[in-house]
Design a protein around this ligand. Structure first.
Ligand code: AMP
Ligand code: MG
Length: 494
């Protein structure tokens, strides 16, 4: 039994303001859960900057108290831990799932009134664990920490990482690994799969309750709309179009865009086999289990639309009493997705090329740069960053006649934009990151932490990733692409 009494004083000093609105929803949506007891919790990393943003003060919390807190041994005052029920289409196939290795402690309200989920990932088995152990290993939890924090610094909507603690106990995968627990902070954990779970049970009345809850939590401005469920679908599609465009613009590959990993809030969620692309190629896949390339970089917009179609299907009974009418309404919104995505993408691409006006030929100008990058295996991040430096980019690759021809066209286009080129380049440097979490640098940092208990490599990487647009001489280490990433593989963080 978890007893919060041991460090109520510490907890109070941390400044939690807990509520549990999700656990007041119909109880088909969750199961009570309790973090497992662990032998020797120890803090691996604490995110003090995020704690500040959340109005939490970890400054006076002892390392032991912080470890107990973020291992779920001492619960925040007022928390009511649960595991959420959900379903999902995984690689196209439908399955009933649920939090098998995550426990939602509840919701914290920040000083500015924002409500965020506080979830422990890897805190032990729940009713939904099936054959899994409910545990997580240190490497994958640190990996989620690094990449989610990098995404946040890039300004991309994402869940955040507040802490990683080791449990002092082994987890058994291909070998024995060190167990760890990640504290994940999210706008919510409502997924497309949460709606699919109720739809699969043909539970229309609770679907309505969940939809109203999602509106209240993420789209309160829709609560009074005459056709609010249609507007919910439209709003979720809009956030996904914007989010996936942001991913494409930085070369982020999620790796496992199953419907249970698509959040209604529009945040990036579930950092398993994700990775950033180096050389530009739409077919890039890193995940070891994605043999068919379903979740390749270039497929992400189409998959998002496919996932939204699964979401729309769950909402049909709420859209219209007549199914045919409901399908027509949903199809219309889904049909708008490609153009919606394209608009977000094009707006972002224009910024990446320093363009502030709109010309019909822009799409072709952008496509021909991407074609050249693909043909010459140019690094996606570094190419845009090289273009952001004032003056022609240096390097052998850029001397190629086809690049030179493109560069002249771009320069003419910039000239027609009618603003001083210095300001165009300044805009470019503010949107084209110099530093992304390169796979080999992430691996290096994780190895030092896992194999040598050395968190200093990770600390330096995190510091560089926190300022992705600053390309000082000291950041050169983080800007080089790996010598060869064709063989790099990522794994689902189980
Ligand atoms: P993911 O691939 O992380 O999105 O997880 C897919 C599903 O598998 C979710 O329902 C997880 O809760 C569950 N799962 C993943 N790893 C474990 C584990 N070690 N123990 C229990 N359930 C797990
Ligand atoms: Mg998941």
């Amino acid at each position: 039994m978890v007893t919060p009494t041991a460090s109520v004083a510490d907890n109070t000093a941390v400044g939690w303001r807990f509520d549990n609105s999700y656990s007041r929803l119909p109880d088909v949506l969750f199961a009570p859960a309790e973090p497992a007891r662990v032998r020797a919790p120890r803090v691996s990393i604490l995110n003090h900057r995020l704690a500040d943003e959340l109005g939490l003060d970890l400054g006076t919390t002892s390392p032991e108290a912080a470890a107990a807190l973020f291992a779920g041994q001492d619960l925040p005052v007022g928390s009511r831990p649960i595991a959420q029920a959900y379903a999902g289409h995984q690689f196209g196939g439908f399955t009933m799932l649920g939090d098998g290795r995550a426990i939602l402690l509840g919701e914290h309200t920040t000083p500015s009134g924002r409500r965020v989920d506080i979830q422990l990932k890897g805190a032990g088995p729940t009713r939904f664990s099936r054959r899994g152990d409910g545990l997580a290993a240190l490497g994958p939890m640190l990996r989620e920490y690094v990449i989610s924090e990098a995404m946040s610094a890039l300004g991309i909507p994402t869940t955040r990482s507040l802490a990683v603690v080791t449990s002092g106990e082994p987890v058994y995968r291909a070998s024995a690994l060190r167990g760890a627990i990640l504290t994940r902070v999210a706008a919510s954990h409502i997924r497309v799969g949460t709606f699919e779970y109720l739809a699969a049970r043909q539970d229309e009345s609770n679907l309505r309750v969940l939809a109203d809850y999602a509106i209240d939590r993420h789209f309160p401005e829709l609560a009074a709309a005459p056709r609010k469920y249609l507007e919910l679908l439209r709003a979720v599609a809009d956030r996904q179009a914007s989010l996936i465009a942001r991913w494409q613009l930085v070369g982020f590959i999620h790796g496992v865009m199953n419907t249970d990993n698509m959040a209604i809030s529009g945040e990036t969620i579930d950092y398993g086999p994700c990775a950033f692309m180096n050389a530009y190629d739409p077919k890039t896949v890193f995940s070891s289990i994605d043999h068919a390339g379903r979740y390749a970089y270039g497929n992400q917009p189409t998959i998002a639309q496919w996932n939204l179609a699964r979401f729309a299907e769950t909402l049909l009974p709420l859209l219209d009493a007549e199914q045919e009418k409901a399908i027509a309404i949903a199809s219309e919104i889904l049909g708008e997705f490609p153009a919606l995505f394209e608009r977000y993408w094009l707006t972002g691409m224009r910024k990446k090329l320093g363009l502030q006006t709109i010309e019909a030929g822009d799409v072709e100008l952008i496509r021909s740069l991407l074609d050249w990058m693909q043909k010459s295996r140019a690094d996606f991040t570094n190419t845009f960053r090289d273009l952001s430096a004032e003056g022609p980019p240096a390097g052998d690759r850029y001397r190629a006649p086809d690049f030179q021809a493109w560069y002249s066209r771009w320069q003419l286009r910039l000239g027609r934009d009618g603003r001083p080129s210095t300001s165009a380049y300044a805009v470019m440097r503010a949107v084209n990151p110099a530093i992304i979490p390169r796979n080999h640098r992430v691996e290096e940092a994780l190895s030092a932490a896992e194999d040598h208990d050395d968190l200093s490599v990770l600390g330096r990487l995190l510091a560089a990733l926190a300022a992705p647009y600053e390309a000082g001489a000291d950041t050169a280490l983080y800007r080089d692409p790996p010598p060869d990433d064709c063989t790099y593989r990522t794994f689902c963080g189980t």
